[in-house]
Structures are given as structure tokens and as C-alpha cells.
Design a protein around this ligand. Sequence first.
Ligand code: ASP
Ligand code: MG
Length: 416
Amino acid sequence: MLANMGFMGLIVQKFGGTSVANAEKIHRAARRAIRAKMDGHQVVLVVSAMGRTTDDLLRLAGEVSSHPPRREMDMLLTTGEQISIALMAMAINEAEHKAISLTGSQLGLVTDSAHTKARIQRINQERLMAELNDGNIVIVAGFQGTDPAGEITTLGRGASDTTAAALASVLGAAICEIYTDVDGIYTADPRIVPGASKMDQISYDEMLEMAGAGAGVMHSRAIEFAKRYDVPIHVRSSLTDTAGTMIMAETPGMEDISVRGVTLKEDLAVVTLTGVPNRAGIASEIFAEIARHHVLIDDISQTIYEDGRIANISFSTTTAYLPEAQLACDAVETKLGIAGVEIDEGASKVSAVGVGMRSHCGVAAALFEALSAAGINIETISTSEIVIGCIVRKEDGHRALQVAHDAFDLGEPSSP
Ligand code: ASP
Ligand code: MG
């Protein structure tokens, strides 16, 4: 009998906050999990906190304290997911199916000790497999774990995706389904580019680059897990049965399209160190100081003048890092004899991403041409194997995204 049931392997389904925002939505998600179970899968559910719960908890903390200790932040924020897993287990029980909820600590999801931004170290499979083999749908609290000392940690905002992808990876799941309030990954942010189209598929590398270049769709670390273990991620709507977007290993056909999508990174600042003595080791001293201040850098560029004796060195970073960046620059300015530090807070970056760039010529030219035709000045250009990025004025950002999208014909095939 068992052999005829066509066991179809393990799947992980993750439901984001909007997909479990109320009782009705919880029931809907529960029905989806039950359907997968009845199709013959073993099912692990990962859920986020309901609706805006995490934001509400953050606000509450802010009302009580101007500097809430990070440990207590984690203690507070993890309660949001604990509510959802309990309710989800109840909903599945209500439908007469077996389910059990597990917190990060019950599951044995071990992280480092970096409260509010911890990284997963290992996941204990024993409890989880035992519950699955007992016929349960196992519901895991997203975005939480415990450090080796047993302290409760969280993995950073939006990281329920990462919990799901990590579980799918270690359990060797056939697929990781991410249910959300959009129906997939779009060729550009549809709120800015109304004609953007849903992609059927995108490679892990393209998705990583798009996430890094500003597409706020998925937590980057989730994609890193999926890539490392080659577990395809299906991003899809929790409201319909329509297929969404597959994030998957690259296929030969993917290179046929030169650009898969375009992104806009807003709130960038460009910091320029002017009149830098151009000698060996200077960049290393500058960027070591910046790293000591934990500033994440986007791009770096350097121009040389006065017969090579002097350089201007610029780097871009999100405006959130500016206070630390400023401190780092002040520290090197006098020490290294740098003439000045200029900060420009009004930058945005438009990027085109696609594995097809490896084999297509003229992609950069097409992007520059489109921006130029729209009268948009490019301030800095950066490239990697599958990305071309242009820094533009913040006020030109939305238009730059639109014209870049048009330049590569990324809209719906039916639209002109
Ligand atoms: N609830 C957490 C957040 O809002 C984790 C998640 O939703 O992925 O960031
Ligand atoms: Mg989310």
C-alpha cells in the first residue's frame, strides 16, 4: 500500500506575514499544506509573524527604551513567530490532520551569538524527522534560533525565507515554496515600472545579484543556501494556484536572454576622498579603517590625476552607514594627508542583471544609450560578470529604471 502512495519527497512551504495575517488566511495556508501532505509529500511549514506583528513589536520596544538590548530584542521579536506556529498547528488540527509546532530552540536550529542578525550554524534533524515520520506536518517558527549557550537569537528582518531555505537544504527537500502576497519575481519593481512582467524562472546567481542591487523580494541568505545545496525556490502567491517564479540552477537556455531584470537601489551615498597621495598601500589603509567601522561598501572607484601623484577615491554605501563612514574617513583624513572628504547623499543606482551578458555584446552600450536618450547623466559605472550598474541622481532613479526596462524589452510580450 505504502509503495503505491507514490511518496513524492519532502517539501518546505514558507508563508510570509501577509499570508498568515488573520484566521482565514491561516486556514487557507493550512489547507495548502494539507493538500501537499495528501499528495504524498512530507511537509515542513515555516511561518512568519502575523501581518505587521514584528513592526509592532519593534515600535513597542522603541516606546520603552531608546537602546533596547539586542538580547531582549530577540526575546521580544521571536514571540511573533511563536504565535503563528501555534495557530497554524491548531488550524491543521481543526481540519483533522496531524501537526506539531516547533520553536527554533525546540527544533535545534543553532546560530552564532550575534543577536538580531545571527547566522545559522547547524540544524538538528532528529526531532524534525521523528515528527515527520510520525505523520505530522511540522511547523517551524521562522527567523529564530538559539546560540550554543541556549540564548534566543533572530536572523535579521525578513529571514524566515532563510529559515525555510536552510531547512530545505539540510533536509534535501525537492523544493522550497515561498508563499507571499506577490505572484513571483518581476523584471523590475512593478510599483515603479507598471509594465514589469513576472519571470517564469531566474538563476540563483541572477537572483542574488538582483537582491544585492536593490530588489527587495527575497532575503539574500536564503538564495545562498538554495544555491549551495541546489534546492529550487518557487516564489508564488498564497492566494492563487498560478505558478510563480522558479529560482533555480542555471540552464543553458538562460543565456539566450541578455538581461533578466533591472533594479534600483535608492538611498545611496557616495563618499569621495579627494587629494589622496597615490602611493602603494594607501587604499588598503583607507578601506581597513572603513571595515573596522563595519561599513558595507557597494562600489569603489578611483581616478588618478597630476601625473599619477594624486588620486580621488570614491565609494558608495547605503545612507544608513553614513555616520560610521564619516567617522572612518575623519580618522584617515589627517593620518594619511588626504585633502578632503565629500559626501553626496542624493545617489541611486540602476542595475541590469543577466547571465546572458556573458555571451551578448552591446548590453552596456544599450543601457548607456537608453539613459542618455532620457537625458539622465551617469555618474559612476560598475560592472561584474552578470551586472552593469550606473549611479545616477536620486531624482532620476525611477525614470532610469523605466528606460532601462524598456531598453531590454522586459515588459509583457503582448504589450508593445
Ligand atoms: N517576522 C520577521 C520580520 O518581519 C521575519 C520574516 O517575516 O521573515 O522580519
Ligand atoms: Mg518577509
